[in-house]
Design a protein around this ligand. Structure first.
Ligand SMILES: [Zn+2]
Length: 347
């Protein structure tokens, strides 16, 4: 039986409305911005930092988010001057308004080196060569041309939704200790959802800003794309979860990038790891008697509801992440074929 410390609890079931701010602890504010996807929001946290405030993530780079910030900075956040922006990772719902925020407040952007460079890459990746590489990658995984067209259209549009990135930044790295106001935070980075996503842990106040690595109610996307076709992102993700389990205590308040703050970190981590293992089990069973392509495995794993193009793009990348992980773990092998399409068989 689980002890109280291990059970999942959500002290704030109702998130802040678009024009509201919730104080989670002294000097810790929670703001929520809308996103134009099925995942319809992103959380931003503000930490009291002397005379100013440190902002964690910036929101999606569209006019609606700028309007929402403007309303907040003229209303409940009128007293807040942002003096430092920390962006956890390069996805557009987090880094999207980094340029706008740093310009408005004349503050500095802090990121991990890999995530800053990945943001630069996202901003410049729409070349024909890159699109062709992604097309060939999907084709190799058995996706047909019409699906590939749809996925490529989505990807380009999604990743471009950022304001111009600040031309310089300050690097934060795994193991760094940073002071934010009276609090000391340890920088923890992890792969899987992004390449080197930043999380922040304050031992004294037992606060854990988990970014998108550990979310309260959904499983973070863990994908593989053409830029690194053999990447073991799921292996990296599971290793990061395992390391969080061994290094952090049970009773931290987790502040995630989406969803709501919660207690029960280790229980949630176990749920996430079990979820991926369940998917691996479905893939292994489907590849037991006949070899399958990733395209054929998508409906085996994502069968619960129809997917829109945005979700289909993530589903394809996520399926390939499971396949690559299972290849590394020796649970799948590639069936030798001559047509250039990858087919997998359970070992
Ligand atoms: Zn996110």
């Amino acid at each position: 039986m689980q002890s109280l410390a291990e059970s999942l609890r959500y002290p704030w079931e109702t998130p802040p409305a678009p024009d509201q701010v919730i104080e989670l602890a002294p000097g810790v504010l929670w703001v929520r911005l809308k996103l134009p996807f099925q995942l319809n929001h992103v959380n931003i946290y503000l930490l009291a930092d002397g005379d100013g405030w440190t902002m964690i993530d910036s929101g999606f780079g569209n006019e609606e988010s700028i309007a929402a910030w403007t309303t907040l900075f003229e209303g409940p956040l009128a007293h807040v001057k942002i003096t430092r922006l920390i962006v956890t990772h390069s996805h557009p719902d987090h880094v999207g308004l980094a340029g706008w925020i740093t310009e408005r407040f004349g503050c500095t952007l802090y990121m991990s080196q890999v995530e800053y460079l990945q943001s630069v890459y996202h901003q410049n990746r729409g070349t024909e060569d890159r699109k062709m590489a992604q097309r060939l990658f999907f084709r190799r995984h058995g996706m047909d041309e019409s699906l590939t067209d749809m996925l490529l259209g989505r990807g380009q549009d999604y990743l471009k939704r950022v304001s111009v990135l600040p031309p310089s930044y300050r690097r934060i790295s795994h193991g760094d200790e940073i002071s934010i106001g009276t609090r000391r935070f340890k920088v923890i980075t992890g792969g899987g959802h992004a390449l080197d996503q930043v999380m922040l842990y304050c031992a004294t106040d037992k606060l854990f800003i988990s970014a998108d690595q550990v979310l309260s109610k959904i499983s973070p996307n863990v994908s593989v794309w053409a830029v690194e076709p053999d990447q073991n992102s799921l292996g990296e993700y599971l290793a990061s979860l395992a390391s969080l389990t061994t290094t952090l205590p049970y009773d931290v308040l987790v502040l995630p990038g989406h969803g709501v703050p919660f207690y029960g970190l280790k229980t949630r981590i176990k749920q996430l790891a079990d979820h991926h293992e369940e998917r691996c089990g479905l893939i292994a069973a489907a590849c037991q008697h006949a070899s399958k392509t990733s395209a054929e495995l998508v409906p085996v794993v994502f069968h619960k509801r129809p997917l829109d193009p945005h979700q289909m793009g993530f589903a394809a990348g996520e399926l390939i992440a499971h396949v690559n992980y299972m290849l590394v773990e020796g649970r799948l092998t590639v069936d030798p074929q001559t047509d250039g399409i990858l087919r997998f068989r359970a070992t």
